[in-house]
Design a protein around this ligand. Structure first.
Ligand SMILES: Nc1nc2c(c(=O)[nH]1)N[C@H]1C(S)=C(S)[C@@H](COP(=O)(O)OP(=O)(O)OC[C@H]3O[C@@H](n4cnc5c(=O)[nH]c(N)nc54)[C@H](O)[C@@H]3O)O[C@H]1N2
Ligand SMILES: Nc1nc2c(c(=O)[nH]1)N[C@H]1C(S)=C(S)[C@@H](COP(=O)(O)OP(=O)(O)OC[C@H]3O[C@@H](n4cnc5c(=O)[nH]c(N)nc54)[C@H](O)[C@@H]3O)O[C@H]1N2
Ligand SMILES: [Mo]
Length: 754
């Protein structure tokens, strides 16, 4: 990269992940958001037994009872929420909606915390303050005016607690719809759809303790240094034990290569850092299906050689016989796939794939971790099921130290699904919900995120209630989403911070400010705690301690209750439920047997783990067995030509929330208008680092004026930041099985910008 021309804001980063850079970044975030006299005690209450759950990622904590575990991006999430900046009625008087539209996403959220309920006034083009009572009355009137409950969409982002989400789905179902688009639909839906068919549960099977017992770990398509920074402590402990960590990622990510732990005084004070990946493979973007097929092919070949030589073979035959179905079909499919297609489709050479397979079969206990690099493709569900196939071949499911580990996104995205945020509820669940609350839930399936946006676009849905999130920006195809949302009769956004989705006024648009995770939540029955479920199915309590950003805020459960009361005659005593969240938890327990003794068990520090059948080799599939599910390598996957763009999170962002403009580990500072490309590809196209290019993905789909940066990324692959690149993704380009948008495999061409 040294021969590449200098470009402003591009400076390759030589250090490890973590280290002093992480501490400096936190100090800066504290100063910028909380001011010089910051009360940083909040940071020390994060993930403590009597403190609050980090509003960042869903990576678990060591029993949630440990000493403070430093996490740069967790700290940024907290300072962003605990900021001293405010957007109050004066702010909205000073800035019209049209003016705010011109602000960047960073500037919009950086303006601060919402303080009062606001309503859009079309006559002046300003948001104006209204009382909570008026806000609820208007929402109730708007919902009742719809000619059918299915004309409303109830979006849920993954920050909502179990209590808020449970009450929210109860409200929507009592109202009469199963329309629950949620952020999972854009994230791990391929997991939620794929794993139940394979192993009978749509969640990961491992716990944190399994990482202490694993003897090989695979990290495929995720970037923990940025998105799950506390995972680096787990990975470095494994690396220090000599456990091979095999990475498959088109891009070199520093957080998978080297880590200097801020927890480790000796490491911090020395030049030493821990090497993480023992092998770093760079398949092309979208090359995982071919790579995984290749690993299985190599395994079957080596197994045959071993058996022919009189050995026991490399497959776990006892496990396969007792616990699985469908091996023959998988094996036939894999063996019929030619190495030439595997190599062309993956962008890896045969030797590299064979070495990955060998590390896999030499280990007795293997964990595969994966993220959006696997799920956000047209074949996301197939990818997830291929991971399960690979693990099942050697019995790496449901035994200590082995299993599958989807890295979930939002801190409670998994819990929200567990407590009923789903557009495809089971009859058993609805029957229990109806019995517990005396309602008649609708049976017809509802809309997931893409379907919801299509329904809004076509005028079939006329109201959107959003519990958190920034739907219009998170979804593909902003032009379509913006128009769809502007055409609504009613839009309601329940948020901590104002964002662009609020700048798409419907006939009636209301923004309701809520308490964040860090803040003290006092209801009629006294101070409350909520619960969340992490990526490893651990449920624990979270209690904010900070003084709320404004006296005008309500908690999410209280807001849901207020909307429900103003909308429905349901016979449910919403005020009674919200006065003491123990009562909501009793309701959750009444509907979900797995939450037995809920209130007692969350009072134990560290909480409890929900049952995950596959962790105990109980397969809740129709056959009662784990299923091998073959997926042929499609011609399009085997013969990828041209350039494929993937979309990335920077180190200074939380989804659509842009904390700042740096991406330190990738060597980008103060800008986001970057296109990462392979130097050989650039040379072939006659382009150089620093050139400005337009990225085109079909007629009318252009992301103009990105600056090219030569990066260590697989041939044929490009990377650009999310959400800026969402204009390149058509709304209907998604995995047909799960609806997950193909954010990570966009076919593009480049043209030098004028
Ligand atoms: N600080 C911070 N934490 C977060 C978030 C955040 O935005 N900021 N977001 C949260 C949420 S909602 C989620 S879902 C998770 C997301 O966490 P991740 O799953 O880590 O998500 P991404 O950053 O989108 O990208 C993942 C990685 O996939 C690689 N990749 C891209 N395409 C491919 C491919 O085709 N194959 C393979 N093998 N790899 C590929 C990229 O190079 C990148 O390293 O993080 C959560 N935690
Ligand atoms: N191109 C591309 N697009 C993607 C992705 C990608 O990798 N590439 N990733 C997808 C993924 S994995 C996801 S999960 C989605 C994210 O989609 P969303 O979950 O919809 O988006 P966020 O950016 O997480 O939401 C940010 C907003 O949440 C609000 N908020 C923060 N804390 C709270 C709280 O405690 N309560 C409430 N009520 N509101 C709060 C703030 O006001 C903030 O503006 O984006 C998806 N879009
Ligand atoms: Mo996500």
């Amino acid at each position: 990269m040294s021969e590449e021309p200098d470009v402003k804001g591009v400076e390759p980063y030589a250090g490890p992940a973590g280290g002093w850079g992480a501490l400096r970044a936190v100090a800066l975030a504290v100063k910028q958001q909380m001011g010089a006299s910051a009360d940083t005690r909040a940071l020390l209450q994060m993930n403590q037994p009597d403190g609050f759950d980090c509003p960042g990622c869903a990576w678990p904590d060591p029993r949630h009872t440990s000493s403070f575990e430093f996490c740069e991006n967790g700290a940024k999430a907290v300072t962003w929420e605990a900021t001293v900046k405010r957007v109050d009625p004066g702010f909205f008087a000073a800035h019209s909606v049209s003016e705010l539209w011109g602000w960047s996403d960073h500037a919009l959220e950086d303006a601060g915390r919402l303080t009062e309920p606001m309503r859009y006034d079309a006559a002046t083009d300003h948001y104006v303050a209204i009382s909570w009572d008026e806000a609820f009355a208007r929402i109730g009137a708007g919902l009742r005016a719809l000619d059918h409950p299915d004309r409303a969409e109830f979006y849920c982002s993954g920050r909502a607690s179990n209590e808020a989400a449970f009450l929210y789905q109860l409200f929507a179902r009592a109202f009469g719809t199963n329309n629950f688009p949620d952020c999972s639909n854009m994230c791990h839906e391929a997991t939620s759809v794929g794993l139940p068919q394979s192993i009978g549960v749509g969640k990961g099977t491992v716990t944190l303790e399994d990482f202490d017992l694993a003897d090989a770990i695979f990290c495929i398509g995720h970037n923990p240094g940025t998105n799950h920074p506390r995972m680096l402590s787990t990975l470095s402990a494994a690396a220090r034990r000599g456990v091979p960590i095999v990475v498959a990622n088109p891009m070199r990510e520093r957080g998978l290569e080297r880590f200097k732990s801020p927890q480790h005084p000796t490491e911090m004070l020395s030049t030493h850092s821990t090497q993480l990946a023992s092998a770093y493979h760079q398949p092309r973007v979208g090359g995982d299906a071919a790579m995984l097929t290749g690993m299985m092919k190599a395994l079957f070949e080596a197994d045959r050689v071993d058996v022919t030589g009189g050995g026991p073979g490399l497959l776990d035959r006892a496990f396969i016989a007792a616990h699985t179905q469908g091996l023959a079909a998988l094996q036939a499919e894999v063996e019929a796939t030619a190495w030439a297609d595997i190599v062309a489709g993956s962008g890896l050479d045969e030797a590299a794939i064979r070495s990955m397979a060998e590390t896999y079969w030499r280990a007795e206990r293997v964990i595969i971790c994966y993220g959006m690099g696997i799920t956000q493709h047209a074949n996301g569900t197939a990818n997830v099921q291929q991971l399960a196939n690979l693990l099942l071949l050697r019995g790496n499911m449901g035994k200590p130290g082995a299993g599958i580990c989807p890295l979930r996104g939002h801190s409670n995205v998994q819990g929200d699904r567990t407590v009923g945020i789903t557009e495809i509820p089971t009859e058993a669940f609805l029957a229990r919900l109806d019995k517990a609350f005396g309602i008649n839930s609708p049976r017809a399936h509802g809309h997931a995120a893409v379907e919801a946006m299509e329904a809004m676009r076509e005028g079939r849905s006329k109201a959107l209630i959003a519990l958190g999130g920034n739907l219009a920006i998170a979804m593909p195809d902003p032009d379509v989403c913006f128009e769809a949302m502007r055409g609504l009769d009613l839009s309601v956004h329940i948020l901590t911070k104002f964002n662009r989705s609020c700048l798409l006024p419907a006939t009636e648009s209301i923004v309701l400010p809520c308490l964040g995770r860090t803040e003290l939540d006092v209801q009629a029955g006294g101070p409350q705690s909520v619960t969340v479920e992490d990526s490893m199915s651990m449920v624990h309590a979270s209690a904010g301690k900070l003084k709320p950003a404004s006296g005008g805020l309500k908690s999410e459960p209280a807001i849901v209750a207020g909307m429900a009361k103003a909308t429905l005659e349901s016979g449910i005593d919403w005020d009674w439920l919200v006065a003491d969240y123990d009562r909501i938890r009793d309701g959750i327990e009444a509907v979900f047997p797995d939450f037995r003794d809920f209130n007692e068990r969350i009072r134990v520090p560290g909480g409890f783990r929900l049952t995950v059948g596959a962790s105990d080799r109980v397969w809740n599939t129709p056959s009662g067995k784990a299923q091998f599910l073959p997926h042929p390598l499609l011609p399009a996957e085997a013969q990828r030509k041209g350039l494929i763009l993937t979309t990335l999170r920077s180190h200074d962002q939380y989804n659509t929330t842009i904390y700042g403009l740096d991406d330190r580990y990738r060597g980008i500072f103060g800008r986001r208008d970057i296109l990462f490309a392979n130097a050989d590809d650039m040379a072939e196209l006659g382009l150089m680092q620093g050139d400005k290019v337009d990225v085109m993905a079909g007629p009318g789909r252009v992301l103009p004026g990105l600056t090219l940066v030569a990066y260590d990324i697989a041939r044929g692959s490009l990377g650009a930041y999310y959400p800026e690149a969402n204009c390149l993704v058509p709304l209907d380009d998604h995995d047909r099985l799960s609806g997950t948008p193909s954010y990570k495999s966009i076919e593009v061409t480049l043209q030098k910008a004028a």
